[in-house]
Design a binder for this molecule. Sequence first.
Ligand code: NAP
Length: 317
Amino acid sequence: MTKVFMTRPLPDSVQAAAAALFDLTVRPMTTPLTVEEMRAALSDYDGVVPTLGDMFTAEIFAAEPAWRCQILANFGVGYNHIDVDAAAASGLTVTNTPGAVTDATADTAMTLMLMSARRAGEGERMVRAGHWDGWHPTQLLGMHLGGKTVGIVGMGRIGQAIARRCHFGFGMNVAYHSRSAKTLDFPAEQKDSLLALAAAVDVLVIAVPGGDETHHLINSDVLAAMQGHAHLINIARGNVVEEAALISALASGQIGGAGLDVYEFEPAVPDALKAMENVVLLPHIGTAALEVREDMGMMTVNNLKAFFAGEAPPNKV
Ligand code: NAP
């Protein structure tokens, strides 16, 4: 029977679906695989279900001329932790879970936008600390999102879902920067440069994939181009933003605030960020809802099922 290894526990329904098809082993830990565990996974199983933090680098694949494992069915749309070219060179197929994550991640971006612009984290900390002395007309005044301009960096599935929410839900203007022009069913202005986008918007939202190409895409130049009241929101990958430059920009008041779901050296979150009132910090909860994780898991199982039936997996990357 085909042996499949899940590197983390997934929802019960997903594990049951996989166990009905394969000889399934579920690693009980919630931490990323070590190098030794990655090698053992590639040696001992026909298929592996890795996820965020399982760093399948070129060196891992190159350690053996051939592996038993034929497919890495990644749990998640982002696969920048897997060197896909090196996997292919070693004969492995890689799949992901696009679409299942889109709406939940866009919702998380809206949560961060609202929390950052309307100072919700700061207010909650005030209440919990017992420092709230009652309503008054000039308390905790934030930025109203209606009528403002959002700039989307990476107008893909999630970027478009965020833009739709901003346009239809909040009456915001939408601008974006992407590698290619998009056909959209709502008004949106494409800016030819990231700096032009950064300078034009009240909220800049990052929705590009992680990886070498986008590493530190949001650097001190981009932050310097932003308006003093503008907010930066990152639901993509932590190292798309140069975290040290962001800390400087927040500390000096160069930008108005930030909302982060992801961090450059995740799960480490700099103390400087934790100490700031004008930043909202979430623990990478972009897709953290049971039905979303079930949908992602079922896509993973369907990719494995198709692959081992000799068919093209639906979500090969
Ligand atoms: P997608 O549909 O592939 O969209 C990515 C977009 O980024 C595309 O429009 C692409 O442009 C654009 N892009 C790529 N490289 C770029 C660059 N160098 N400069 C400007 N634009 C660039 O992917 P998605 O499904 O929306 O997911 C996006 C990312 O979100 C994932 O890769 C993942 O890392 C992250 N994510 C995070 C969470 C979370 O829990 N926080 C959850 C899900 C996903 P083209 O259209 O021209 O190719």
